[in-house]
Design a protein around this ligand. Structure first.
Ligand code: AP5
Ligand code: ZN
Length: 210
């Protein structure tokens, strides 16, 4: 299966794509995680405004296309079935993607802006194993400690309220046209992302199996 999860920051793309990858045996292709693992990589040779991916990420801006396209091309070259999370984020990336693979479906997780801000500012992540929590909606058993591996949880640098607002604006400007791109091509299905994680998952599975 070739699945794309679309949606604003905090919509639940990461949460749902991890589960989908497990359930259907798919490769989880996520540019966000790939870039977070390479925040300090030197990209100055690519003639970019900033010298590292991290500088763009901490400002809530998109990392240059050349950098992310390369990540996705490499990841997809070895993947059979996949769930894409966080890419494409602009029309140029959508065109690169369609030149290398064909999607079965693009699933848009729809969540109100107020809820997105609450989710992102309350998110805590495990620096060791990548598990994700929410201080109110998905708290770990022991406050501040990862259930999976016992490491101390941290907050993502871009999850401050100010940067969250910037990321939402970047989404509206750059990524909403991608939603329309897939709607025009009859690939888009919208799922209510504002129910519990389990209910959102069930709705996505229904779409995939239909
Ligand atoms: P990226 O890592 O992709 O971040 P994002 O798109 O902003 O998405 P998030 O990871 O913040 O949210 P999510 O939708 O995955 O939600 P999650 O499941 O975690 O990108 C980060 C940066 O990298 C970008 O700003 C950019 O700089 C760069 N980048 C990445 N891709 C790029 C590209 N293609 N081109 C250029 N630059 C790129 O859930 C959020 C929280 O809500 C969690 O705490 C979770 O526990 C909670 N939650 C989840 N579901 C529910 C629910 N149903 N009910 C209640 N709480 C829930
Ligand atoms: Zn952990």
């Amino acid at each position: 299966k070739h699945i794309l999860l679309l949606g604003p920051p905090g919509a639940g793309k990461g949460t749902q794509s991890k589960r989908l990858a497990e359930e259907f045996g798919l490769e989880h292709v996520t540019t966000g995680d790939a870039l977070r693992g390479n925040k300090q990589m030197d990209i100055s040779e690519m003639d970019t405004e900033y010298d590292t991916p991290g500088a763009y990420m901490d400002a809530g801006e998109l990392v240059p296309d050349a950098v992310v396209n390369k990540i996705v091309e490499e990841a997809l070259s070895s993947a059979d079935g996949y769930v894409l999370d966080g890419y494409p984020r602009n029309i140029e990336q959508a065109e690169v993607l369609s030149s290398i693979t064909e999607l079965d479906v693009a699933i848009l997780l729809s969540v109100s802006e107020e809820e997105l801000v609450d989710r992102l500012t309350g998110r805590r992540v495990c620096p060791e194993c990548g598990a994700s929590y929410h201080i109110e909606f998905e708290p770990p058993a022991e406050t501040g400690v990862c259930d999976e591996c016992g490491a101390t949880l941290t907050q993502r640098d871009d999850d401050t309220e100010e940067t969250v607002r910037d990321r939402l604006r970047v989404y509206e400007e750059n990524t909403e046209p991608v939603v329309e791109h897939y709607r025009d091509r009859d690939k888009l299905v919208t799922v209510n992302g504002e129910t519990t994680p389990g209910d959102v998952f069930d709705s996505i599975v229904d779409v995939i199996n239909s």
